[in-house]
Design a protein around this ligand. Sequence first.
Ligand SMILES: Cc1cc2nc3c(=O)[nH]c(=O)nc-3n(C[C@H](O)[C@H](O)[C@H](O)COP(=O)(O)OP(=O)(O)OC[C@H]3O[C@@H](n4cnc5c(N)ncnc54)[C@H](O)[C@@H]3O)c2cc1C
Length: 454
Amino acid sequence: MSDGIMIIGAGVAGINCALNAAKYGIKVYLVDDTPSIGGMMARLDKTFPTNDCSICIEAPQMYEVDNNPNIEILTNTEVRKVSKANGVFKVRVVKKAKFIDEEKCTGCRACMEACPVSVPDEMDGKIGGMRKLIYMPFPQAVPNKAVLDPDCRYGKKRSEGACVGGCVVDCSQCRECPIALCVAACRKEGKDAVRLWQANKNMDLEVKSIVVATGITDAKPPRGLHGYDIYDNVITNMQFERLMNAGGPTAGQIIRPSDKKHARKIAWIQCAGRGLDHGTPYCSKVCCMIAAKQVIITKEHDPSVKTTIYYNDLKAYGKGFWGFYQKAREHGVVYVRARPYDVFEIPGSRNLVIRYEDLDTGELRKDEVELLVLSTGLMPSDRNERLGKILKIPIDKLGYFKEKDPFFSPLETEVPGIYLCGGATGPIDISESVVQATAASMKAILHGTPMLGA
Ligand SMILES: Cc1cc2nc3c(=O)[nH]c(=O)nc-3n(C[C@H](O)[C@H](O)[C@H](O)COP(=O)(O)OP(=O)(O)OC[C@H]3O[C@@H](n4cnc5c(N)ncnc54)[C@H](O)[C@@H]3O)c2cc1C
């Protein structure tokens, strides 16, 4: 009988679940289908309600996971098949090729410096972040190894400057790439870690319990919502988070996409798209605090920047959240109870005019701003449906995993031995995710253990 557990999803919830289980001597497989652990928190600037630096809190935990002998990290890895017999889950996972020998790569970045092609970085949306075709997901990534974009192989990026030379050999067959600049740069460092022919690898693992920690994604607004995707200076709160971030594409400068000038008048529209087609159909709980945080940090960068938040209802549900909202007010943000109904751009200045109904007076009003941020809410992981079928656990009508009974069996599912935590259960903040992670790991550890009095 296996005593190990598997955690699917390695954001802050999965990481804390793994660290807690490992403390009890349990073997943990920590699976994430992206190239690094860290999840959403690794993309954030600071975290409400304390405004501590997000990656400064998370990175030490990520390194602790990496160095814990009881935890095996499986990144770029998908769960494909799960069956249960005699109390044991047999799990087939596929470790997708990173085209790097992780034993040999030291993260020296010589390959990245040699790569001639840059593409938009998925971390940063439209605010200008770029990465190379061979890249590190972010500076503190764990594992701190390079990963190669699969699109780079088979000469697919030759027209953009990759694959210099006229090679026509199939990358999956060739063991001695004579032309790729990343291969040559790596060899020059004496490492030879780039493996253009690397194939996916199947692994069969056995565990006694599974924790699903697949988290959330930031909702992408539909084209045209308050001018999104039509006007350059309308961005999402996730994109603003990357703008504020010293490790982001503008090194923390709050500049607008259209002309790279510092934005001096910024507005946030809360509940953007909520209830509309393709919008988030529920309250995501955290957006009011995210906006308060973003205002406070903006004002700390430059107190003279004018900030307005258009909102309908205010949610400050957690410990210290009301005080945090008041702190935003003390920084001089203007809160307007409003229903914005359209946004248009002024030709020339590229400023935005927001027309709205003032919900306190009933008047129709308009304001001009230089940058508009849409607070679009949290959505479930787009891989939940597929994973739910593989694990045979139900998804609720919003796309999150369903708890067996939220009152009396929270974090449990219909399948004994499979548990949930963090954003896999619904919209959530970081501290609540960590509390759930600890509880779920204890349930996973104790699963199958005879209880006193039972
Ligand atoms: C713009 C923005 C700002 C925020 N600011 C704050 C803040 O200041 N303070 C705060 O408390 N909260 C904040 N939050 C919320 C916070 O990000 C979440 O509470 C937190 O990330 C939830 O952690 P998690 O581990 O459950 O999920 P995630 O961080 O989403 O991690 C889930 C992990 O699971 C992986 N995964 C998903 N599906 C699969 C699959 N099928 N197989 C394998 N792996 C999978 C993902 O790749 C990811 O690594 C913010 C959110 C946003 C969008």
